[in-house]
Design a protein around this ligand. Sequence first.
Ligand code: TRP
Length: 328
Amino acid sequence: MKKRILSGMRPTGKLHLGNYLGALENWVQLQKEYENFHMVADWHTLTTNYTDLSNLKQNTIDMVIDWLCAGINPVQSPIFIQSHVIEHAELHLIFSMLITVSRLERNPTVKEQARDLGLENTMSYGHLGYPVLQAADILIYRAHVVPVGEDQVPHVEITREIARRFNYVYQAEVFPEPEAKLTSFGRLPGLDGNRMSKSAGNTINLSDSPEVIAKRVMTAVTDPQKIRRGDPGRPEVCTIFTYHKKFNPAEIPVIEQDCRAGKLGCVACKRNLAAKLADYLAPFREKRAYYEAHLDEVAAIIEDGTKRARKEAQKTMALVREKMNFGY
Ligand code: TRP
């Protein structure tokens, strides 16, 4: 039997190249080896924003379309929405008793968020506990593996502790202890050289048109010492060169040589990259055009995936209730 994976992403709308190379591409690969469940973690958005959810539906649809464009096969791997499988909330309630507040307060990722968002003394109960909800997301499918980035590893550790605690207290091997599977790809920097993120405005989206790609690439930061076309450049400090390495490997030796020699200007170099990126993303755009014209199909995929996920979640919850003596 294939081992099982639960992967999740918050619905942030259209995905960018960083999301793809840092996570989604990996999910697509993992479908071959594992049985996969792909979750839209919509309840998790409440941790940082619970007041205005008007974009939630559109963001979910846009993200799921990008999953499909990237090659997630919904027949093989159900795509579902967390809040439509309410059993996650029931398991979260039970798990919230099996872990201490001080353990949650020691979570480095949550601590960092508190610092970054200025929430040291004002963090909500639910925000502090979101790793417990995440544990429920994972364990309700009795998943063995969770593909995550570095920042999510502490949450998987909490998940393992809760699984162990439950199995011990109720004397039943209900849950496996899942393992974090780190994405092996190096992060692609944003166009400004910092981490690519929607809020930083330094992204290229999978759905961007060739015109938009060209415009966005022109804003990228290159070697600040290369001011004029004829100045020699330093590829090792250039964001555009990093992109060429990934999307245009064949021309790397020439670009490197000509840049250092002052024979290649940044504008021409960017135009070249923009064309390569447009080619790379052409299949995504084509598939997106299809799904945008067939939104009912997307809705049906989510509905089917949610049904299949719910069935699994209900099986686990029946077992949990029985082992805890709630089956009366
Ligand atoms: N917390 C994750 C994030 O912010 C999203 C998430 C929620 C998740 N539940 C999950 C990821 C379960 C993996 C497994 O990115």
